[in-house]
Design a protein around this ligand. Structure first.
Ligand code: CLF
Ligand code: SF4
Length: 457
């Protein structure tokens, strides 16, 4: 199950932090209506459950939306996810949302499908979404206590009973449907991300209880978003003095909630028509006139010629190299800290050579757990046999040892030691005669403040 989930999120920029630097998403703004009211939302703008307040996205018809996907996909090879996140609620507009998802599945089947919803109608559509291959769904849950929910949602419109509920009854119904929907989707194997808007003094202290409930339901990821509250947004909260959440409040909530549910920390609160890598929105570069008048066949052809498979493979190869490099680093150090240490050694096994006679420095990268040979750097030796203090080729040695933090040597004079200090390199003859490995580990631990631990080599 875990491996399957990892496979699913591998190229989803929101669900996988590792993917967000490489893979792009496109949001299709096909869902304009909403079936609830949130006190942090002004309907003139995009759904604040997923988007930055004060932003308005142009609405698209499903056929325009698929044309946009093909056009953008033909130009952004890292495109891997299509999301429907507004401007209203994806599932309050089932006709437009499902028609769009079906078109994407038919014409761009290599893209992942993702939606964002307030959850009111999720239970009703969870199976249809699953059948279409939507395996990433975001549900916004701000409270698991209807009394708190009632301070956030003034009303909820129930399509089943065709009734508009208000107050605690509205919040209770929303919560009941969200729980029902999430359970159903999780049972289908869908990866659920929950968004919570941190609203100071309203649900701030309640978020750990939300996170505990998310864990109980098998929610995959929790995204705590700060309330952005400015009078110009015209929301109920902004007009009634509820302040924006601070970064410190979000960090504190993430730390507490992270005890139960994995936290998303790289959300960019995108627009409902966002395009590109997270935090690098290219929506303005793809105008309606670029794709809408063109034929579907022509755009499909461009999309296929972009050959995204090759680009994705190149990204994956690069990520594998990076993983390997960090694995190597982990093997050297328990906390990621390593230092470059030069040694002077005639035998290659012990610190048995004086600095002045050294014609080749062996440079190691060392941490508290291990070390590896980094490079060997040849120099003209400092001593020429006479008393050459101050006249030896120290500049060449300083250049060769640039970037090295420590030098372990059998002996070094005061003059060159002072010269090396000027480039931030500390020399020591404390390990004279010791095996190189043992000396490296001891020196690295001393350097990073863990000198009391026993050297292992
Ligand atoms: Fe879009 Fe949302 Fe899907 Fe991502 S965004 S529907 S899960 S593809 Fe991502 Fe944007 Fe944050 Fe949303 S950074 S606002 S979490
Ligand atoms: Fe606004 Fe989204 Fe809330 Fe609907 S669900 S009221 S669009 S924030």
């Amino acid at each position: 199950m875990y491996a399957e989930a990892m496979e699913k999120i591998n190229n989803h920029p929101c669900y996988s932090k590792g993917a967000h630097k490489y893979y792009a998403r496109i949001h299709l703004s096909v869902a304009s209506a909403c079936n609830i009211q949130c006190n942090y939302c002004n309907r003139k703008y995009d759904c604040s459950n997923e988007s930055r307040p004060g932003v308005t996205s142009a609405k698209l018809m499903p056929i325009e939306a698929i044309k946009k996907v093909l056009y953008v996909g033909g130009r952004i090879k890292q495109l891997s996810v299509v999301g429907i996140a507004g401007p209203g609620d994806a599932l309050a507009n089932p006709k437009q949302t499902f028609e769009t998802l079906k078109l994407v599945k038919e014409h761009a089947p290599d893209l992942k499908l993702c939606i964002s919803t307030n959850g009111l109608r999720l239970a009703e559509f969870a199976d249809d979404l699953n059948a279409l291959g939507v395996d990433h769904i975001t549900v916004t849950i701000n409270a698991v206590d209807p009394a708190i929910g009632a301070q956030i949602y003034p009303w909820v419109y129930d399509a089943r009973s065709k009734r508009r509920l208000r107050g605690v009854a509205a919040a209770a119904l929303l919560l009941e449907r969200q729980i029902e929907g999430i359970k159903k989707a999780v049972a289908n194997g869908t990866l659920i991300k929950a968004n919570s808007v941190l609203i100071p003094n309203i649900n701030e202290a309640h978020l750990p209880a939300v996170s505990a409930k998310l864990k109980e339901m098998g929610v995959f990821l929790h995204n705590i978003m700060p309330l952005l509250s400015e009078p110009r947004f015209g929301t109920h909260f902004a007009l009634n003095g509820v302040p924006s959440a601070t970064a410190a409040q979000v960090a504190k909530a993430q730390a507490l909630c992270g005890l139960d549910t994995a936290q998303m920390t790289h959300c960019r609160q995108c627009r409902a028509d966002a395009v590109g890598l997270l935090g690098e929105d290219k929506s303005a570069e793809f105008g309606y006139g670029d794709y809408a008048p063109r034929s579907l066949d022509e755009l499909k052809d461009e999309y296929q010629r972009a050959n995204r498979g090759e680009s994705w493979q190149a990204i994956e190869n690069f990520r594998k190299h990076l993983d390997k490099a960090s694995e190597d680093l982990r093997a050297l150090s328990s906390d990621g800290k390593t230092a470059l240490i030069a040694v002077t050694s005639q035998s290659g096994e012990r610190i048995d050579l004086h600095f002045g006679s050294c014609e080749r420095f062996d440079i190691y990268e060392a941490g508290d757990r291990g070390y590896r040979l980094y490079s060997k750097r040849s120099v003209a030796s400092y001593c020429s046999g006479e008393d050459s203090c101050g006249t030896g080729p120290i500049e060449g040695i300083k250049a060769a040892l640039k970037g090295v933090q420590l030098l372990l040597t059998a002996k070094i004079g005061r003059c060159p030691e002072t010269q090396l200090k000027s480039i931030g390199l500390n020399a020591s003859d404390k390990y004279a005669g010791e095996p190189v490995g043992k000396a490296l580990l001891s020196a690295a631990r001393d350097y990073f403040g863990g000198g009391e631990r026993e050297a292992e080599a």
